[in-house]
Design a binder for this molecule. Structure first.
Ligand code: DHB
Ligand code: FE
Length: 288
């Protein structure tokens, strides 16, 4: 059977994508950030998942306010980078895995998660920047990609608990897929940031580090945290962090924290990265 081998939580800040695209990684502003994510790239190069399920939010690129799916799953064979106003990023299109994605859709919907099925889904920075963070600039992404898009743009966003339970349903869906793919799941967005209004530029490092701690050790408790607390503590866009709970729900109750990085600022945001593996690994039981 297919296996979820790891989860990656990462911010998806567009300025990070621009820094990579324009080779600014060595500049004094960016070098400390890229130094911190280097071990995560090493882990990815070593781990080589066959499929990445990337949980992210669209930022009015694929979906306008005319149509707002709470959860949309990409079942296409290819996902082009979206034009976000400056032309599409010069990154490869993501190759999908339609057979597995349709299986996920069927399993999730019959498991009573009413997912929107997206046959066409241009992917914006929410999805492409995490791929760049983990893979840098390859000619093609070295894995198949199944995008899962979550509405955290227009209230009401799904609760943290709904997201956590969706992750558990994704785990059941992957476990019941007869292929032998090794799957990583990304939860993206955050960390604390607010892009507009009186509190624009808000960063709350204490909240972000506590979020990562609790994501590891008490995800069911973190899943009970209401939207208002994210809004108050992590700014209006901090709500993106509920998507990390989808990733966490797809892992075992006990996980091993493989790597963590935190950096302020990137653009006006707090940037976090965490890699989690299931504590009992099928391939390495001694590591439990
Ligand atoms: C910015 C945009 C995002 O979608 C995000 O998650 C973080 C930062 C930005 O425009 O700086
Ligand atoms: Fe975002």
């Amino acid at each position: 059977m297919a296996e979820i081998i790891a989860g990656v939580g990462t911010s998806h800040v567009p300025a990070v994508g621009a820094a990579i695209d324009h080779s600014k990684g060595d500049q004094p502003y960016w070098a400390p950030f890229f130094d911190k994510i280097a071990p995560a790239r090493d882990w990815m190069a070593e781990t080589q998942p066959d499929v990445c399920i990337v949980v992210y939010n669209d930022h009015a690129s694929a979906f306008s306010l005319e149509l707002i799916p709470t959860f949309a799953l990409g079942v296409a064979s290819s996902f082009p980078p979206a034009d976000e106003g400056y032309g599409p990023r010069g990154v490869p299109a993501a190759e999908g895995h339609p057979e597995m994605a349709w299986h996920l859709a069927e399993s999730l919907i019959l498991d009573e998660f009413d997912i929107t099925i997206a046959n066409k889904l241009p992917i914006d920075h929410g999805c492409t920047v995490p791929l760049s963070v983990m893979y840098d600039q390859p000619e093609s992404w070295p894995c198949k990609i199944i995008p899962l898009c979550v509405n955290v743009i227009q209230y009401p966003a799904p609760t943290g608990n709904r997201c956590y339970n969706l992750g558990k349903a994704i785990r059941r869906a992957v476990d019941s897929w007869p292929g032998n793919e090794r799957v990583a799941i990304f939860g993206t967005g955050g960390m604390s940031h607010q892009l507009q209004g009186e509190r624009a530029g808000l960063v709350n490092t204490d909240f972000d580090l506590a979020f990562m701690d609790r994501l590891v050790s008490d995800p069911a408790g973190q899943a009970q945290v209401p939207h208002t607390e994210y809004l108050r503590e992590a700014g209006s866009e901090g709500i993106e962090l509920v998507m990390w709970l989808i990733m966490r729900g797809a892992l075992d109750d006990q996980v091993r924290e493989v790597y963590r990085a935190h950096h302020v600022p990137t653009s006006n945001t707090s940037n976090g990265l965490i890699i989690l593996e299931n504590a009992v690994s099928v391939t390495d039981p001694a590591a439990a």
